[in-house]
Design a protein around this ligand. Sequence first.
Ligand code: UDP
Length: 489
Amino acid sequence: GDEQPPLRMLFFPFLLPGHLIPMADMAALFAARGVRCTILTTPLQASTIRSIVDRANTSLGSVDVVVVPFPDVGLPPSAESGTGLTSKDYNDRFLQTAELLREPFRRFLSDHHAEIDAVVSDGIFHWSVDEAAEHGVPRITFLGTSMFARSCTEAMLRSNPLEACSDDPAAVVSLPGLPHRVVELRGQMMDPVKRPHEWALFQLIHAADRRSYGELFNSFHELEPAYAEHYRATLHRRAWLVGPVALASGSGKDVASRGAIAGTLSPEAIGCLRWLDKKPASSVVYASFGTMTSFSPEQTRELARGLDLSGKNFLWVITNGSAAAASVDICMPDGFPTAHRGYVVHGWAPQVLILNHPAVGGFMTHCGWNSTLEAVSAGVPMVTWPRYADQFHNEKLVVEVLGVGVSVGAEDYATWMETHRVITGQVIAESIRKVMKEEGDGDMIRKRAEELRDKARAAVEKGGSSYDDVGQLMEELIARRCSGRKAGG
Ligand code: UDP
């Protein structure tokens, strides 16, 4: 009869945890709406993805994982997750692995394009736009960032304010045409001269993005309405805001699922939840900087000092991914951490559970978009400490637009352990105290964070803005299928 087979979408995530986790959640949430989802990935990533998808409710549709070998480019075996690499290895060789996935992707598409309604590709695979076009399949980009950061990037690419700007890292650069006045320091922006490879890739990614069918965002309309509007109405781009995806898929609910993302949870990682159980409500600052960021020994010591000086309880995660992890112990101040006030986790921590624990009252973060949105979803105000990529933009959204954070005042775009100005323990402690303060500004910040949390929850419920955007994209894809795109191309 007229019965249509369900929509089928192919998800193609990049290998880094910060890219992979939200895309797995995204596939799960489309599956929950009846889509047949396939995720194309490498062996190590497949187990991570399954651990996320297995916890989600995907009953109406399905998610299968298709595994292709991880290309051998002479990197250490752990490199498949992209973490723990030096800056040089990352730029020279890890990014090549992205290129080597092109052939398996092409093969899969050439075998299955007739059944596939859309490809959701990580932006880093810029070439997937051509592969998809060749097979008449719409390619939708996922860059894993905020609409605010995307809008800033577009403003920068269109007006090229760097051209007229001096090299002085303190020079102020303004990004024109945005809903708010947005200014950045030259030192906070990627430097095309100092980072030619990164810059070239950045250009390719955005050029491919502009040629794509549209873009999926792990965000929600109520969080950044002016930028959703700007993107669609001013830049004339198709965008669907379907997040927070971790809330929508429900995968973050227990230790087992989130813990398994990087293998097994260490006893100290499990112990930190017990430790939190004994702390008063909103009394703990949680400090964690994602999977890629590491600090120099000197900066690590100041961070330890800052946590100590703040006088607050703290939970500090030092991930295996950071090259500095091994040297951390030797640079701690004597007697650190103060036993009853501080808890240090080495390795992977169950971040979503920690942020949702009632004892946690603040989050010191590098402003990776996943971490930022997880904090928003949990109603936890932030101490912001961006380092590179979209993180300075996300900080502006958090501090200046949303008013749910306090900045430590980072001014240099710096990946990994590159030298940058050291933020002192004094400054770190002050920022923490501002966010954790119960009266005055701290109170306002917390109130706003809680309001945003409620809006985030509402967005993914039936009838919410993110729920509706998922439905709208699905309808579009069905209409596209019915209009016989296979015949017309
Ligand atoms: N994460 C986690 N435990 C850790 C470190 C990271 O669960 O110990 C998760 C975190 O919840 C987030 C992701 O890893 O979902 C990191 O992504 P983000 O965009 O914040 O930062 P990136 O690692 O990409 O810089």
